[in-house]
Design a protein around this ligand. Structure first.
Ligand code: ZN
Length: 95
């Protein structure tokens, strides 16, 4: 998953603002899992909208999407590695 610094850079590119407080809140280590819970997206986006405005709520959603993409890409690399190892093991891939 992208670091807070990376999330801040992406927000800056998208909006011209860092939304550092949004990204720090989401990635706070003690609450990280509950704050990335997709089933609570309406609750948390409303909270950000009230506190910092519509664009902050949108940046919260972008944060989740960027994390999801990061996780998915990492998972695909792991799967490709397992696949390559298995094919090599059975001689299906020549070195
Ligand atoms: Zn995150």
């Amino acid at each position: 998953m992208p670091s807070i610094k990376k999330h801040v850079e992406k927000s800056m590119q998208r909006t011209g603002k860092t939304y550092q407080e949004v990204h720090e809140w989401i990635d706070e280590p003690q609450h990280k899992n509950e704050r990335h819970d997709i089933t609570r997206v309406l609750e948390f986006s409303s909270m950000f909208k009230e506190k910092y405005g519509e664009q902050a709520a949108q940046e919260y959603v972008h944060h989740l999407a960027d994390d999801l993409n990061g996780k998915f890409n990492h998972m695909m690399e792991d799967i490709q590695g397992l696949l390559d190892n298995t094919l090599t093991y059975f001689g299906a891939i020549k070195k």
